[in-house]
Design a protein around this ligand. Structure first.
Ligand code: PMP
Length: 295
C-alpha cells in the first residue's frame, strides 16, 4: 500500500485543522482593509532536534502590531500554537507564518472602518524550507516607490502595509532585477521590500539605519555577531561600499552582486557572516544558544 501523504495542518483559533479546510469568511475586515498583522519566523534542524530562532522577539513585534490595530494578542498562546503546529507537521527546517486579523462583525458584514465588535482571529502556518547552498547573489535596483513613512504607517508587519513592498518588488522584477531598494526623498537608504541592508567598507560593517525601516530581528542578530555600527547611509555612500548585503528571516544573510549599474566584486566579509549566521541558527555556536527555542 502507498502511504497517504500527511495533510498539512495549521493552527486556527485554538485547534489544529487541515490547511485546506475553509476558514475565513469573504466578508472578513482584513480581506477588505488589510487589518491584520503577521510574522515570518524560522525553525532549523539542530543536533538536539528542531528549534525556533528568536521566537519571543518575533512574537513581541507581532504583539506591538496587534495592539496598534486593536487586536487582542496572547503571546503565550501564539508561542504554544507555533510549537504545536511544527510538531503536528513534523517540520524541522521550516518557515513559520503566524497571522492575526480582524474578521466579521456579529451581523457577518464588514463595511465600516470601526474595529470594535469585530471578531479576532489567529492562525499559524508552517511550511518546510529548502536550504539553498550557494544561493545566487541578488541584483538590486533603486525603487521609484517610496517606503511607507513611519508617520503614516509604523514599520511593523501590518498586512495592508505590504502593498507598498509588493509594488516595489513587482516593479523591480518587471525591470529584470531581483529586488528593490527603497531610498527616501533626501537620498537616504531605507531597506529592501523584505530585508534590511548592510554595507562593508574597508573591513568595517555598517547596519543601515532608517526610521521607516522594519526593525529586523536578523539585523539585530547580525549587529550582535559582527559588532557593526548602525547609522544612516545615503544611496551615494552605499554605491561606494566594498560589499553590500541584505538580511532577513527568509533571506538570512544574502550578498548583493549589483545595485543598478554598480557591480560589487568579491564579498569575503559577507561570506564569513553568512557562514556564522548559518551556524548560530543551527545551534552550533553555544554562546548564542539562548536565541533558540526547542520544538
Ligand atoms: N524589512 C521588511 C520590510 C521585512 O518584511 C522583513 C522581514 N520580516 C525585514 C525587513 C527583516 O526582518 P526580520 O529580520 O525580522 O525577518
Amino acid at each position: 500500500a502507498v502511504a497517504q501523504p500527511k495533510p498539512l495542518m495549521l493552527w486556527f483559533d485554538g485547534a489544529l485543522v487541515p490547511a485546506d479546510a475553509p476558514q475565513a469568511p469573504l466578508t472578513s475586515h482584513a480581506l477588505h482593509y488589510g487589518t491584520g498583522v503577521f510574522e515570518g519566523i524560522r525553525s532549523y534542524a539542530t543536533r538536539d532536534g528542531a528549534a525556533v530562532f528568536r521566537l519571543p522577539e518575533h512574537l513581541e513585534r507581532m504583539r506591538r502590531g496587534a495592539e496598534l490595530l486593536g487586536i487582542e494578542f496572547d503571546l503565550a498562546q501564539a508561542f504554544d500554537a507555533t510549537l504545536q503546529t511544527l510538531r503536528a507537521n513534523g517540520h524541522r527546517d521550516a518557515y513559520i507564518r503566524p497571522l492575526a486579523w480582524l474578521g466579521t462583525g456579529l451581523d457577518g458584514i464588514t463595511v465600516g472602518l470601526d474595529v470594535p465588535g469585530l471578531r479576532r482571529h489567529l492562525m499559524v502556518l508552517t511550511l518546510p524550507t529548502v536550504v539553498h547552498l550557494n544561493g545566487k547573489r541578488a541584483r538590486l535596483t533603486v525603487s521609484p516607490w517610496r517606503r511607507n513613512p513611519a508617520s503614516s504607517l509604523p514599520p511593523l508587519k501590518l498586512c495592508g502595509a505590504y502593498v507598498n513592498s509588493i509594488l516595489a518588488k513587482r516593479d523591480s522584477r518587471l525591470r529584470g532585477f531581483d529586488e528593490a531598494l527603497f531610498v527616501d526623498g533626501e537620498g537616504y537608504v531605507v531597506e529592501c521590500t523584505g530585508a534590511n541592508v548592510f554595507m562593508v567598507k574597508g573591513g568595517r560593517v555598517t547596519a543601515i539605519e532608517h526610521p521607516d525601516a522594519l526593525p529586523g530581528i536578523t539585523r539585530d542578530t547580525v549587529i550582535a555577531l559582527s559588532g557593526a555600527e548602525s547609522r544612516p547611509v545615503t544611496h551615494h555612500e552605499l554605491l561606494d561600499a566594498d560589499e553590500v548585503f541584505v538580511c532577513g528571516t527568509a533571506a538570512e544573510v544574502a550578498p548583493v552582486s549589483a545595485l543598478d549599474r554598480r557591480e560589487f566584486g568579491d564579498n569575503p566579509v559577507t561570506r564569513e557572516l553568512q557562514a556564522l549566521y548559518a551556524r548560530v541558527v543551527r545551534g552550533e555556536e553555544p554562546a548564542h544558544a539562548h536565541w533558540l527555542t526547542a520544538v
